[in-house]
Design a protein around this ligand. Structure first.
Ligand SMILES: *[C@@H]1O[C@H](CO)[C@@H](O)[C@H](O)[C@H]1NC(C)=O
Ligand SMILES: *[C@@H]1O[C@H](CO)[C@@H](O)[C@H](O)[C@H]1NC(C)=O
Ligand SMILES: *[C@@H]1O[C@H](CO)[C@@H](O)[C@H](O)[C@H]1NC(C)=O
Ligand SMILES: *[C@@H]1O[C@H](CO)[C@@H](O)[C@H](O)[C@H]1NC(C)=O
Length: 436
């Protein structure tokens, strides 16, 4: 069965023409930022398509090359969606992802010592995602201060700086504190050296001297995405400190509720908010206490990472569906596997996990495309391609669109895909008319 046709026929059934944004004029507008209407995908999707072997899918994708592109909620900006080249969780990454057609924008949510919510991919990554170690007054407060590489013992340089080590004002008002590309150099002997080692497939072009990407508070993220007229997908990050936290007695439930309360305070329609958490109790709390938000809450699943645990992860889907979960979001590799056809060609197909989710009526979202670097090097795409490494070994970069085509097919029926470079997913969504 030609995968392009299966996708088209599936869409004809489930996705009547829908447009974005469909929310009327956004209410709050503090940023002076307007909705981005001229979507530009840049050269990367075209280059990826050029890497594909000839196939009906390649022909179909090529046929869309001169199409006018629109934003699509099938394309979620992961940590903003410009993350391949722009510092994650920043206005710049969100604007880049939005320019590249993302219809839903992510902020990972964690908290400060004074119980304020801030966007960071994890509670304790400030030492690799900002230049905080180069600012002595802040560096001194880190959970684990900088320790240089020890040439005698060969011990790597270490540090651990958590948002909960600082007040919100310290993180947003300290002059010179900037987000950077996520990286660290294990052989660093100074905090300055520790800033380096950005992977070659990323870039520091947009975070060089003279630029400073401020850290975003959750309130600022809400105002920004509201002004852009897009949907929101805030992810509640699992705390890396003991809860209830500190002298302020901040419980997990209070944290979970505070995020909802910020959306309520900004008068955002729950239909535009796609909450995410890895913690099952968080999702159960939303189901119990915030049914309007729970309708499209996303249970993130990383319980099947090892070949020995994927069956148990698949079996657990029954319980999630019974408990009222509507959307599960596993990483890409859980949803696909490979088969080898008569001609010895390795094909990407839907996995048992994907089929089971479909059977149970669970909707599926997946993460994260464009985090893997080169697909044809010795990693074969690493973690996110681990179940289809035979395909990447055989065909390299072009496999990204084979993967997306299976995610969009009726066997999987993914309702959206997170990406570090939104253009790649937006191109596919536009080509196949995916505007959920
Ligand atoms: C936001 O404000 C700016 C100027 O302050 C205005 O030009 C723009 O149209 C507004 N955007 C929306 C979505 O209302
Ligand atoms: C390296 O580790 C050794 C053994 O713990 C220690 O004696 C030495 O002082 C360390 N060197 C530096 C530069 O910290
Ligand atoms: C912390 O908060 C919990 C839940 O609100 C409450 O039961 C508990 O008594 C509080 N503990 C302290 C020390 O304030
Ligand atoms: C991948 O290819 C190798 C060598 O051809 C084969 O032994 C293996 O079974 C394949 N793995 C999968 C998951 O298809």
């Amino acid at each position: 069965m030609p995968s392009t046709l299966s996708t088209l026929s599936w869409l004809a059934l489930v996705a009547p023409a829908l447009a974005l944004p469909s929310h009327g004029v956004p209410g709050k507008n503090q940023t002076g930022i307007k909705p981005i209407t001229r979507i530009q995908l840049g050269p990367r999707p075209y280059w990826l398509i050029d890497q594909m072997e000839d196939s009906p899918l390649k022909t179909k994708l090529r046929s869309c090359s001169e199409k006018e592109m629109r934003p699509s909620r099938w394309s979620i900006g992961h940590r903003g969606g410009g993350t391949l080249q722009f510092p994650e969780e920043t206005e710049a990454s969100i604007l880049a992802g939005t320019r590249m057609g993302a219809g839903i924008e992510e902020c990972d949510v964690t908290f400060t010592s004074d119980r304020q919510l801030i966007c960071r991919h994890s509670q304790c990554d400030l030492h690799t995602t900002t230049n905080i170690l180069t600012i002595p007054s802040l560096a001194a407060k880190c959970t684990v201060p900088f320790t240089p590489y020890n040439a005698t013992t060969k011990q790597s340089a270490t540090a651990k700086c958590c948002t909960s080590d600082f007040t919100l004002a310290e993180l947003t008002e300290t002059k010179g504190l900037c987000s950077k590309m996520d990286s660290s150099d294990p052989q660093a002997t100074t905090p300055e050296e520790y800033q380096g080692n950005v992977p070659g497939y990323r870039t520091t072009l947009y975070s060089g001297p003279g630029t400073c990407h401020k850290l975003l508070t959750v309130k600022e993220y809400i105002a920004l995405v509201e002004a852009l007229g897009l949907d929101f997908t805030p992810e509640l990050k699992t705390p890396e400190v003991e809860m209830p936290f500190g002298s302020i007695n901040f419980t997990q439930e209070a944290f979970v509720q505070q995020l909802i309360d910020e959306f309520k305070a900004a008068k955002i329609d729950p239909k535009r908010v796609w909450l995410q958490s890895f913690l099952y109790d968080d999702v159960l709390y939303w189901l119990r206490a915030e049914p309007e938000f729970a309708k499209q809450a996303i249970l993130l699943d990383e319980s099947g990472d090892a070949p020995s645990t994927i069956s148990a992860a698949t079996a657990s889907l029954v319980k999630y569906a019974q408990d009222g979960v509507k959307i599960v979001a596993p990483p890409l590799q859980y949803l696909v596997s490979t088969v080898t056809d008569q001609d010895g060609k390795v094909k990407v197909v839907a996995s048992e996990y994907a089929k089971q989710a479909k059977k149970l009526g669970l909707k599926v979202i997946s993460w994260s495309l464009e985090r893997s670097g080169w697909l044809a090097d010795s990693t074969k795409g690493g973690y996110y391609y681990s179940t289809i490494a035979n395909a990447t070994a055989a065909r390299g970069e072009g496999v990204v669109y084979e993967l997306l085509d299976v995610l969009a097919s009726k066997e999987v029926g993914a309702i959206a895909v997170f990406s570090d470079w939104s253009a790649t997913v937006s191109y596919y969504a536009n080509c196949f008319g995916l505007f959920p």
